[in-house]
Write a protein that binds this ligand. Sequence first.
Ligand SMILES: C[S@@+](CC[C@H](N)C(=O)[O-])C[C@H]1O[C@@H](n2cnc3c(N)ncnc32)[C@H](O)[C@@H]1O
Length: 245
Amino acid sequence: VQDGSLIPRFGRARRDESLAVLEGFHAVKHALRFGAELTEAYTDDAAALARLCAALAPDVQPRLEGLVRPVDRAVFERLAPLAPSTGVIALAVRPRVEVSAVLAAERAAPVVLLEDPRDLGNLGACVRVAAAADAAGVITTAGHDPWHPDALRGAAGLHFALPVVRAQALPATLGRPLVALDPDGEPLDRDGIDPRALLAFGSERRGLSAELLAVAQERASIPMRPGVSSLNLATSVAAVLFGRR
Ligand SMILES: C[S@@+](CC[C@H](N)C(=O)[O-])C[C@H]1O[C@@H](n2cnc3c(N)ncnc32)[C@H](O)[C@@H]1O
């Protein structure tokens, strides 16, 4: 493919809230596996990509090979700020997700609430572990777009495995018990967490806001060795989700 519009199109897609930019094989693989609508995909080495796909994800190989088109290395390198070393990049349609629908889901699975996450790679790691633990969704607040390409990269494309959405404001009625995870809370009772809890985690530097702590039904901590002030955000999400009984 020698399409002159490709580079600007991928540049615009990074800022387009209707699209998802999937950088690298693992993101493309998960997106295909979890039902994403991919609109285009490019590789700078079709033979190497076919080998990788046969080895790691033969289930998606027919769909990937039907979609992916070769481009020169010089073009491929300009489709993302850091060209994926696994030699594939794609665009997909973002699913439309409503915060109210995520909260209303009846399945006995928690929703993860990330209050003002600042680091996009960390945000992506939270989505990845929430998908792995089969959580009912991830809701973020404040400035960052949870579908930013850097967050998608950190999540290995697992945004398509569960609803992920940024809330402008949380509804007054949540329909789930709100559990604030905070290093200064009471030691977490793993048996006591409601299976449908809304589990709130704070910003990397500042932690949870006073407003959120004031409305939480519970304030729970993951016990740590004395002297350690806190866990990394994604690590604490993992500890809580996988520590449940
Ligand atoms: C890096 S920590 C924020 C540290 C911040 N200085 C504070 O005191 O909350 C990011 C988030 O991870 C969660 N977290 C980290 N360590 C935790 C722990 N030991 N128990 C409960 N939550 C924890 C909290 O939700 C916290 O807001």
